[in-house]
Design a protein around this ligand. Structure first.
Ligand code: NAD
Length: 351
């Protein structure tokens, strides 16, 4: 066995009611002027955080949008400059945390993240910006949140459909971490436990969205899956979802949910240890089928067609997927890609 593992310098505060520790976290970082970032629908929560911040609260920017449009990032940077911010608090899902990262990328301002979905961006040094229908991503330590506060209370109102698709988004990180070129024993442990915790919690969350125990288990699993994303290089699944979201504007978490079983069916054939870990975590002998049936049973979209994709879009997807090499446990030929996309378009694993 050979591997390289490097841990990321970040601090995680987890627990019910942990948002109240915000003043301590800003104090630890020595922040004096904090700009609060949120999505338009999350204003009440952002105001609650502003109150907790007290005199270090510098302003509110509630325009976060999915895939971080580059012009929006510019407006947010200007807002940070205007209020003299020396740090940002990104409170919300991956879109809001992505906006915080976009500010950090060019200004170096430290970000505190308070995730309220299961997307996992808070645990990674990966930034993304969308310009003219193309999403660019990169890795930069400057965007890695300095402190992450996970408070299950903040997820109690996350709608069931978003909870489910966001949960599958997180599972996808763990699945791809298990066969990543830079996988390691510690990442595999996190991935297996993340999948176990989150997959078991999601049906309970769907049945009772305000149940604190399942919400806590789901968020704990999401943290572990997010840590896998931050520690490894993702493969075909993330590449395809990135294209489908960035170019075709399909909803990020729903795309992950639909695609995961199909990429797993393709890749796990060449990744036996990953498949074994997932079989244990999901208590099944049929990982792709289980993933497809589980998401469908929880009401998630089953096919790319349901999300609005058509076969006419395949040429562009294939061209983009093949224009830059990336690691994958199996070689991705054009024919394999078209066949995988056809299956996902039809939703053949969850009839
Ligand atoms: P999102 O941030 O767009 O949130 C989805 C919706 O849920 C929004 O309408 C939001 O307002 C709402 N919401 C969030 N938390 C809520 C809560 N607790 N209660 C009620 N509503 C709530 O979606 P997302 O799936 O979290 O993030 C997707 C974005 O994150 C994509 O742009 C994706 O590329 C990016 N992402 C980046 C990374 C990375 O490492 N860079 C990782 C994962 C995702």
């Amino acid at each position: 066995m050979t591997f390289t593992y490097e841990s990321l310098p970040m601090r995680v505060v987890f627990g019910i009611g942990s948002l109240r520790q915000l003043p301590e976290e800003t104090e630890r970082l020595g922040l004096r002027r904090v700009l609060v970032l949120a999505a338009p629908g999350r204003r009440a929560l952002a105001e609650q955080a502003a109150t907790l911040l007290g005199e270090v609260y510098a302003g509110l920017f509630t325009e976060a949008r999915t895939h971080v449009p580059a012009d929006l990032a510019e407006v947010a940077r200007a807002a940070a400059r205007e209020v003299g911010a020396d740090g940002c608090l990104a409170l919300g899902g991956g879109s809001t945390i992505g906006l915080g990262k976009a500010i950090a990328l060019t200004t170096g301002l430290p970000v505190i993240s308070v995730p309220t979905t299961y997307a996992g961006s808070e645990m990674t040094p990966v930034w993304g910006l969308t310009d003219n229908g193309r999403k660019r991503t990169g890795r930069d330590r400057a965007v890695l949140p300095r402190s992450v506060i996970y408070d299950p209370e903040l997820t109690l109102r996350l709608p069931v459909d978003t909870s489910v698709t966001s949960g599958f988004n997180a599972l996808a990180h763990a699945v791809e971490a298990l066969y990543a070129p830079d996988a390691s024993p510690i990442v595999s442990l996190m991935a297996e436990e993340g999948v176990r915790s989150l997959a078991a919690a999601l049906p309970v969350v769907a049945a009772d969205p305000s149940g604190m125990k399942a919400r806590t288990d789901a968020l704990r699993g999401a943290w572990l899956c997010g840590a896998c994303l931050g520690a490894t290089t993702m493969s075909l699944h993330h590449k395809l979802c990135h294209i489908l979201g960035g170019t075709f504007d399909l909803p990020h978490a729903a795309v992950h949910t639909v695609m995961l079983p199909y990429v797993a069916a393709f890749n796990l054939l060449a990744a036996p240890p990953a498949e074994q870990a997932l079989r244990r975590a999901l208590a099944t002998d049929d990982v792709p089928g289980h993933l497809a049936r589980a998401s469908a049973a929880l009401g998630a979209p089953r096919s790319l067609a349901e999300l609005g994709l058509t076969e006419r879009d395949f040429d562009e997807i294939v061209a983009q997927a093949q224009n830059r090499p990336y690691a994958n446990p199996r070689p991705v030929t054009e024919q394999a890609l078209r066949s995988l996309l056809t299956e996902a378009l039809k939703g053949t694993l969850s009839p």
